[in-house]
Structure formats: C-alpha cells, structure tokens
Design a protein around this ligand. Structure first.
Ligand code: G3H
Ligand code: 13P
Ligand code: ZN
Length: 322
C-alpha cells in the first residue's frame, strides 16, 4: 500500500476510540521492525522522524526506506515529521513525500503558536498533508505542584478550542503530565485523564499523547544487566495507555522504549558473543527486540487488527482538513 495521509488513518481511530502508535525511527532496522510488525498484526501505523533523525539519516533515505516497506505490505502507513520546528522543514518533508507533519510551536505564546501553525496548515492542506500541532508544555505532575502551577503548563481546554479553530490543525498534542525520555515520572505515573476527556468532548478531533514510553522494568533490567546505566527511569504503564485511549487519545508517541530495547539487545550480543563482529549478527537481534516492543504497544493501544482497506469512514467529512 502507498503511504497514506494521517487523517485517513485517524478517521477510524477517532470514531472507534482506539489509538495508533507513532514509532520514531532513524535507521533501516527500526523501519523494518515497525512495518513488519504492523503487517503481522494488521495494524495501521505511523512512522515518525524528528529533525535530528532527518539530519542523521537524510530525508530522501528515510522516505525511500519507508515507501519501499509500505508498498510491500497491505496496512495503512503514514510517514510523519515529529516536532517540526519550522515551515522550512515542513516544506522540505512535504516535497520529499511526507503525507503528515507536526509543527511544534508549544514553546511560543498562544498567539504566536496559532500564527506559526496557521502558516503550516495553509501550506500543508493544499498538498493533502495532515497537520498535528501542540499546545501546553510537557512535564510531570508532581504531588507538590499546586493547581495554579499545573494549569500554567498543562493544556487549557478553552485555549485548545480557540487554538484548533484559529490554527486549522487536524490533530492536537496535549500536555497532560507526560514528558519525553526515560525519566517521565519520579514516583507513580500521573496523567490528567479528566483533562483529556474534557478537551476531547470540546474538540472531537484526534488527540495525541507525547512522551508516552512505558520504560518497562524488563528493558531496564536487561540494559543494566549488560552494563547500561539508567537509574530511576519510569514511564507510562499499560493501564494508563488504556485509560488515556478511553478518554480520547488517538495517537501515542513512542521513541525511548524502542531505543532501550535496541540498546539492551546490542549490549547483550556484544557481551555474550565477543567473537561476533558482523553488524548483521549484532543488529538482527536488536531489530527483533524492537519488533517485540512495537507489537506489545499496538495490542495495548487497540490498533491491532484495525487495518481495514483505507476508505473515508461514514459520517466523517474531513472538514477540518481543508
Ligand atoms: O519527541 C522527541 C523524539 O523522541 C525525538 O528525539 O530529537 O533525539 O530524534 P530526537
Ligand atoms: P518518548 O521519549 O516517551 O518515547 O516520547 C516520544 C515522543 O513523544 C516523540 O514525539
Ligand atoms: Zn514528542
């Protein structure tokens, strides 16, 4: 199947209340692991590349790898720019063949975020490209954080409504307590589920959860067993994914968990098989480890088995896309 615009994948997820995994990649093994798993368990999938992934691998290489892989399987695949910093990079990605982009103006004041996002949606929608934007600042909700402070960085429902109406974005990343990397929570995971549901009821558009890696104990144990150093890392537990999806999240971004699985597996081979120096013998088990993570996520997010032939879902008008 060809690469598809993300709004086509979202339509079914939004209507049927499940989430699609976004898996970040920057090399061939990650692309293979994600696409092969999506095909195996019949899940729609989003492959994402950040600015630094694009700098590392090259935009043409990424597009070619993902398109080649997507064409050889029969599930819907979207290729997405993650945390796009500027219209310039958005244009570069769209011209290279990305059907979906994120513009991240969340560090700017509201008016400026709206202006930057509007500029991107005006351009992207002319090319049938889906736009995700972000409002609020990612960060953990600690017990000693008072309500006013919390409201200052988590996404405000009133602002979200105005932001979506004025920016024209198709999907919104919201801040509800998660943060990027392996150290998301100090103690127990805390997500503001009520805030997700409140925003969803107002907007009804796909909502996105960033900084969503689970940082599972088995991966941390494996990494440390083979010499890795990663103390006190804590992420989002499976139960929280399920609840977030029930409250209206339709896309869940995973990068760190794939990196942990990949790195732990490489460490294992290097330590247990010091005689090995063929990169394929080092990278193949790491690719398999990434596959396992992707498969588990797709099952928990509810996207496995959902790869129907792409068609506009009944009652969905795509009004917000043009
Ligand atoms: O959300 C950020 C992603 O994990 C991308 O990270 O800039 O290291 O590729 P990166
Ligand atoms: P993690 O670092 O939790 O995997 O988050 C990834 C992400 O949000 C990519 O946009
Ligand atoms: Zn992110």
């Amino acid at each position: 199947m060809f690469l598809v615009p993300l709004h086509e994948i979202y339509a079914d997820a939004n209507r049927n209340n499940y989430a699609i995994g976004q898996f970040n990649v920057s090399n061939l093994e990650f692309v293979q692991a994600v696409l092969e798993t999506a095909a195996e368990i019949k899940s729609p999938v989003i492959i994402a590349a950040s600015k630094s992934a694009i700098e590392y691998a090259g935009v043409e290489n990424l597009v070619t790898m993902v398109k080649t892989g997507a064409n050889s399987i029969s599930v819907p695949v979207a290729l997405h720019l993650d945390h796009g910093p500027s219209l310039e990079l958005v244009v570069k990605c769209v011209e290279a063949g990305f059907p979906s982009v994120m513009i991240d103006g969340s560090h700017h004041p509201l008016e400026e975020n709206i202006r930057i996002t509007r500029e991107v949606t005006d351009y992207a929608h002319k090319h049938n490209v889906t736009v995700e934007a972000e409002l609020g600042r990612l960060g953990g909700i600690e017990d000693d954080v008072n309500v006013d402070t919390k409201d200052a960085f988590l996404t405000d429902p009133d602002e979200a409504q105005r932001f979506v109406e004025e920016s024209g974005c198709d999907a919104l990343a919201i801040a509800v307590g998660t943060s990027h990397g392996a150290y998301t929570f100090k103690e127990k995971a805390k997500l503001d589920f009520k805030r997700i549901a409140t925003i969803k009821k107002r907007l009804r558009i796909p909502l996105v959860l960033h900084g969503a890696s689970g940082v599972p104990k088995e991966l941390i144990d494996k990494l440390t067993r083979y010499g890795g150093k990663i103390a006190d890392a804590k992420g989002v537990p499976d139960e929280a994914y399920r609840k977030a999806v029930q409250c209206g999240i339709n896309k869940i971004n995973i990068d760190t968990d794939l990196r942990l699985a990949f790195a732990a597996s490489i460490r294992q081979v290097m330590i247990e098989k010091p005689e090995v120096f063929d990169p394929r013998k080092i990278l193949a088990p790491a690719r398999e480890a990434v596959r396992e993570v992707v498969k588990q996520k797709m099952k928990v997010f509810g996207s496995s088995g959902k790869a129907e032939p792409v068609r506009p879902a009944e009652g969905v008008t795509y009004d917000k896309c043009y």
